[in-house]
Design a binder for this molecule. Sequence first.
Ligand SMILES: [Zn+2]
Length: 462
Amino acid sequence: MDHKRKPTAHEIEIIEARSVLQADYDQAKEDGDEDVMAGIREVVADLDAELREAGVKGPFPPLDPKPRAARKRSTRRRQEAPNLPKAKASNSTIGREYAGKYRPSLFLTLTLPSYGRVHPDGAPVNPDTYDYRRAARDIVHFAALFDRFVQNYRRVSGRKVQYFATVEPQRRGAPHIHMGVRGTDPRAMIRQLTEATYHQVWWPHFDHEVYSPGHMPHWDYTTSRFVDPDTHEPVPTFDEVMNLMDEVDDLEPAHVVRFGQQVDVKGILGGTEEAGRHIGYLTKYLTKSIGDVIEPQSNRAARHYDRLHEELCKTPCSETCAVWFRYGVVPVGANAKTQPGRCRGKAHRRDTLGLRGRRVLVSRKWTGKNLTDHKADRVEFVRQRLAEAGIAPQDISRFRIAPAEPGDPDVPPREYLIMSMVSEKIRQRSEYDIARMVPPDQDHDSRETVAPQQDSADKDAA
Ligand SMILES: [Zn+2]
């Protein structure tokens, strides 16, 4: 910014509006609300253009901070490919055909390993020996394990395996995944695949807590980094620890997650009663929040979930997680505003026991629709829900729309236009929220509510 002159009141207003929008943008990003994000991006681009026009020199902080330069990864930390046969790749998305016309599908259930014997309500038989640490770490890295499974599946089958999957918690609090796969493969192959699939977590090791809440590193303004509360020595950053790890020869990953022994594989034919029941499994949990799904069945189960939650609070959820401070590591991106030890990530929440937003995972070619189709579906879906709730779009057929000429006295000030755009968005959003509270028609196709998530969910799954 140009420091030679004082910004005008008008410029300060724009800059303030921009910072409010940044906060909204971050929230929308956390919620995965692409529409709101796109809207804010447009408004901010306009604001920046106006600031520049007014002579304020950029660069202005980007809404999405630039990704860090990728650390050159040591070959030691590469994910090893599991020992699996590799089929010749084909573009087919479907599986084998039987008797010239039957093309069955598979229904798989993948679970995590045992952490100790449990009662039917999910509470451990022996809470003292139950492996809570492993259970919590597996929860945090479950999504990455599933991504790895799909990659391996595609490699082993040689086809672009298409699936529809839902993640849900078991009574013991571990996630498992129901997966409908188009086409069939030999059961033995699926078992071999499940056994061979694993995900290595190449992070600094986090087995020993160095700092505890109330006695955390603090920000040192002279050196601009976090220091030990007693010695005032700098606390190493995530990247510094990783670089150090590259020097070690026989380095072990911080954690390895794999599936449990229990794999359920069923072949099903479309249109049969059995197929309907399995689709029921897949959709059963979509209408519930995860919090409802893991309602404890007993006092001991509630104590079990509390204990698991306690462990999740001590488990770093990402490279940027502020929980890293506990283990004497400054997380990626930490600055003076970071509160050591405290992370708002979904992985640490009690109500979902660490399960994050990705409940429904659908491969890109499952429906044959592309992103534009899904977007159009979504617009139509929103319109229908609003209509059901009796909210009609404003009739603009009587209006004549023409671009405003420069200096037109009827054009309101720019910041007014921006703020009214923002409030219009908020109004539309709340109308839609109200519409969603109105129960939909009985015969309304509930699967439609799933469609909007498909491609966005697949982006990180693919
Ligand atoms: Zn976290």
